[in-house]
Design a protein around this ligand. Structure first.
Ligand code: SAH
Length: 406
């Protein structure tokens, strides 16, 4: 299976062991100001319990304080209770974090002062810092975000008519090595935590013009969301929780390279978010060649999982199809695509290849792109051509790449 060839995508059990060990040390060595107001016997189990949440279990963050953005509103209530204050204090924290975008615990003025001190000692609000903002001629903006450990990821803001879509990253780099994707050349540096995923939304939101609002979120930035499953699902719960961000799940799309096991798990989460599949080929021979993941999960198996996926009322599964000249852009491919998607409530997003230096691929001529679309439309399949946003600033699909600070 492909997943086994990407061990970093699933932190090995030893990380959890070392994580727990370090945390025990961390917990025991903490001397919180005002600790006399907190029953020590209650504090320790709480921190150990929150530590077991997979989203904070990565080696790069294990020594740091709890990022409050990693916690669901209900977990913030648990935290408040464990620190000796009523549960509603947790709801107040949630409204500071998500309603007001507060990043300073000291500024949460309706919380008792000594509770704020205890909280600030154990926790932080770690919003990624926008290091660079590159506007494109088409109105989109690439944000380069620096995470706490110096790793960098990118998010892209894309305005379109009455929408403002934010494209978020779920990993630093990507381990799936799709042949046409620049991010794939980076390899996988590390997973991004749930707090760092929703932190991208907070960072982007803080920099918007007055009155502007992010309306849609797509998990189409750096990385493979379903290879960072726990953090992805937790971030989806945070984004859709009415007490946190309160986005409608219909406005959120998770895109996957085609990890069948992940799709099957996601199907059972009752999240009701949209699914997008990076299909990009119509037979296993071509897909094996351009997407190594196909050697683990073949097209037939992938489409079976799509047939079983619960698609919300009036929604469809999106199939992304990057058009590569002479590789997958023939009329024959178009016809095979029609046959493959029979019986699936599907729509197709044709993405003319976005070039990058040394890619070895080319975008087909315009008439070939339009011809491919035409054939699909003739067979009653919804197909749009997505002229990627942000091409001029390297923010288009598959053009995201950042170096890690040393
Ligand atoms: N890993 C997930 C999320 C990435 S989404 C996934 O594979 O779906 C980014 C989309 O852009 C994917 O469909 C990806 O295959 C596509 N893509 C990658 N490189 C591209 C390029 N150079 N031109 C056009 N699309 C590209």
């Amino acid at each position: 299976m492909v997943t086994t060839s990407h061990p970093q995508a699933y932190p090995p059990a030893s990380h959890k062991f070392w994580g727990s060990l370090c945390l025990s040390w961390y917990t025991l060595s903490q001397e919180a100001p005002g600790k006399d107001r907190v029953e020590r016997g209650r504090v320790r189990p709480l921190i150990l319990r929150t530590w077991r949440l997979e989203s904070v279990c990565y080696p790069t963050t294990r020594m740091s304080r709890q990022n409050l953005l990693d916690l669901l509103p209900s977990e913030l209530e648990d935290l408040a209770e464990s620190l000796g204050v009523p549960r509603y204090r947790g709801r107040q924290i949630a409204s500071w974090l998500y309603g007001k975008g507060a990043t300073d615990i000291e500024a949460m003025s309706d919380l008792p002062r000594d509770f704020r001190a205890i909280l600030a000692d154990r926790a932080t609000v770690a919003v990624p810092e926008i290091e660079r903002r590159t506007p494109s001629q088409d109105g989109s903006q690439k944000l380069v975000l620096r995470l706490e450990d110096g790793a960098r990821i990118q998010s892209v803001l894309m305005p379109d008519a009455d929408r403002l879509t934010l494209c978020v990253s779920t990993q630093v780099g990507c381990g799936f090595a799709c042949a046409f994707c620049l991010t794939g050349t980076m390899g996988l540096e590390r997973n991004v935590t749930a707090g760092e995923i929703v932190g991208q939304v907070l960072a982007a939101r803080a920099g918007l013009e007055p009155g502007a609002r992010i309306t849609h979120i797509v998990y189409m930035g750096m990385g493979e969301p379903l290879a960072n499953y726990a953090a992805t699902v937790k971030s989806l719960r945070l984004l859709t929780d009415p007490k946190a961000f309160g986005f409608s799940p219909r406005r959120i799309t998770v895109s996957t390279v085609g990890l069948v096991s992940g799709i099957e798990r996601l199907a059972k989460e009752n999240l009701k978010v949209n699914l997008a599949i990076s299909l990009h080929a119509t037979n296993n021979e071509i897909r094996d060649r351009i997407m190594p993941v196909n050697k683990g999960f073949a097209i037939e198996e992938l489409l079976e999982a799509c047939r079983r996926f619960p698609v919300a009322f009036r929604q469809r599964i999106t199939f992304e199809y990057v058009l590569l000249e002479g590789v997958n852009d023939s009329p024959e491919d178009s016809r095979r695509l029609v046959r493959l998607l029979k019986g699936i409530r599907a729509k197709i997003n044709l993405i003319p290849f976005n070039d990058w230096e040394g890619s070895g691929f080319q975008r087909p001529a315009l008439h070939r792109i339009m011809g491919f679309q035409e054939l699909l439309l003739e067979h009653g399949i919804r197909a749009t051509v997505r002229w990627s946003k942000g091409e001029d600033i390297g923010a288009a699909c598959g053009q995201l790449k950042e170096t890690v600070e040393v």
